[in-house]
Design a protein around this ligand. Structure first.
Ligand SMILES: [Fe+2]
Length: 212
């Protein structure tokens, strides 16, 4: 090979090697760095038993909150009838607020040294909220399902807040009371008022008087 050809070949090799280095290394596998259920404790001056109990409770409430959040989106898409626009917007607003709660709960689990559940299959296995059908349902049924889900969350949240308080985990107690309980209670009010049978055009008494 002539010296010129050798130079060209070396240059090509060099370029190929450069491109090789920039190529993403795909399909990598390794053992988990922390298995689910094990705690990697941080320096937050809270004993491990308190962390463990809060992590378990928060993962349960995370699964239920993710389920409620997704049920709001389902109803946002599938709502029908004369109140479509108002409920379409309300369901999406509550969905957004539940989504913020999901992030707050999940990040608290991580800072307590735990692992937050994240994937739909794990959420489905864990949640206590009954699974709705895939098809569309009428507005009162949609709202009843949401109210039932809120009550499941509120019931467990009240008991978990007390447990966190007993264990000295003030941060978890505050999150559950200030963020979770208050938001869920407010959303229950906004939903439940839609199930009160008030007439749209004539008050009940006026209607009865007209019929006499
Ligand atoms: Fe939308």
């Amino acid at each position: 090979m002539s010296p010129r050809k050798r130079d060209v070949a070396a240059r090509i090799n060099q370029l190929e090697a450069g491109a090789q280095r920039a190529k993403p290394v795909l399909h990598q596998h390794a053992r988990e760095i922390q298995p689910y259920g094990k705690i990697a404790k941080l320096s937050i001056a809270l004993d491990e038993t308190a962390c463990e109990s809060s992590i378990d409770n928060l993962n349960q409430i995370l699964a239920d909150t993710m389920t409620l959040r997704d049920m709001y989106k389902k109803h946002h898409w599938q709502v029908a009838g004369p109140t479509f626009y108002q409920l379409h917007l309300l369901f999406d607003k509550h969905h957004g607020e539940q989504d913020e709660l999901v992030d707050t709960i999940a990040e608290r689990i991580q800072l307590l040294g735990g692992i937050s559940i994240a994937m739909a299959a794990d959420v489905a296995e864990t949640t206590l909220i009954p699974r709705p059908p895939r098809g569309r349902e009428e507005v009162p049924v949609q709202i009843s399902r949401l109210l039932e889900a809120h009550e499941i969350i509120l019931k467990e949240a009240r008991s978990m807040a007390r447990q966190a308080d007993d264990g000295g985990d003030d941060g978890t107690n505050d999150l559950i009371v200030s963020d979770l309980i208050r938001s869920n209670e407010l959303q229950v009010w906004f939903l439940a008022e839609h199930l009160v049978a008030v007439p749209l055009l004539h008050p009940e008494q006026a209607k009865a008087a007209a019929q006499r």
